[in-house]
Structures are given as C-alpha cells and as structure tokens.
Unconditional design. Structure first.
Length: 196
C-alpha cells in the first residue's frame, strides 16, 4: 500500500511539473514573439523614414533642376541659345578634387566661355551608388561646385553665369554589371550654352 501511495504521489508531482513546464514554455514563447514584433516595428519605422528621406531628396533634386531651368530661361535671348560645348569630368572615389585630366577638360570649357562672353555653363554632378542617397546628392553637388569654382578661379567667369545641379546616384551612365560602372558614374557633366 505504501508503495502504491508513493507511486501515486510521484505521478501527481510529475503531472504538476508538466503544467509548470507548459506555463514556462508558453511564457518564453510570448516574450519571444513580443521581441520579434518590436524588432519588426523598428524595421518598418526605419523603412518609412528611408522612404520619406528619398522622397525629400527627389523633390529637392526636382526643385533644383527647376530653378536651374528657370535661371537659364530668364537669361536674355535664351530662346536662341544652344549647347556650344559639352564635356565630362570624372572623379576618384568619394572625391570632388579636380585632377590634371579634369583641369584640361575644364580649360577647354573656360576657353569656350571666354570666346562667347554671353555664354552660360551648367554643371551637373553625379555619383556611383555607394553610400546613402542624401550623401550622394551632396557629393554630386560638391563635384559640380568644384568644377564651377575652377572656372571662376582660373578664368574669372562670373558665378551668375554658371549653374550647379546634383542628381547623386539617380542618373547613372553605366549599370552596376557593366565594366568600370562606378568610375564612369562619378562625374560632372558640363554644358556651355551660347547664342551663336
């Protein structure tokens, strides 16, 4: 009889222990699901913030492009202007410094602007896709600004005759799978507009 009572007591303890384990496991699952839900919410919030920043940058690029177009359109006799010279200056990774090759190209642009005193210059900065969209817009603007400054410093071209715009990584000339795509996309497109 004692052994039966002892066996019954052991079985009751085991059954009670299973209930405790089920409660513990259930609690652990709930805590894990709560952590996962919090992580997902943080990821969604970051994705929304990134989308909002990208939209703001695209709006800024559109606004800058519009302002450049408006300034060019307000130039006297612009309806008769046409592109009289085009060139492209490339840059090293994460750089906006004018090297010797870039200087030669900009010297041609400066000579063309000197030859046509009423001409205007447009500098459009671009980057590769490395880095954030916001950083790339700023880097493209720095590159275009460096080219503009070069003509102002070396040729005395008035700043009101030169316009800067940046597209960052938005308008690549080479796709990522093409050879030397990043180096080809790190550039400033220079156009000289004149009344012939």
């Amino acid at each position: 009889m004692k052994s039966r009572l002892l066996l019954l007591a052991v079985m009751l303890l085991m059954i009670a222990g299973c209930g405790v384990n089920e409660d513990f496991v259930g609690q652990q699952i709930l805590e894990s699901e709560a952590r996962d839900a919090a992580k997902m919410e943080a990821i969604r919030a970051q994705a929304d913030a990134n989308a909002a920043e990208l939209t703001a940058l695209r709006n800024l690029a559109t606004e800058l492009e519009s302002k450049a177009d408006m300034a060019l359109n307000e130039a006297k006799g612009f309806e008769n202007y046409q592109i009289i010279w085009e060139g492209e200056v490339n840059f090293a990774y994460d750089s906006y410094e004018i090297d010797d090759i870039a200087a030669q190209i900009l010297n041609d642009a400066g000579a063309k602007m000197e030859a046509y005193p009423g001409s205007l210059a447009e500098f459009v900065g671009h980057t590769d896709a490395t880095g954030t969209a916001k950083y790339n817009i700023m880097l493209g603007e720095k590159r275009a600004g460096a080219a503009r400054r070069y003509l102002a410093d070396n040729y005395g071209i008035s700043l009101y005759r030169m316009f800067v715009l940046s597209y960052g990584e938005e308008k690549p000339v080479a796709l990522p799978d093409e050879r030397d795509a990043n180096s080809r996309n790190r550039r400033v497109k220079v156009r000289i507009w004149g009344n012939l």
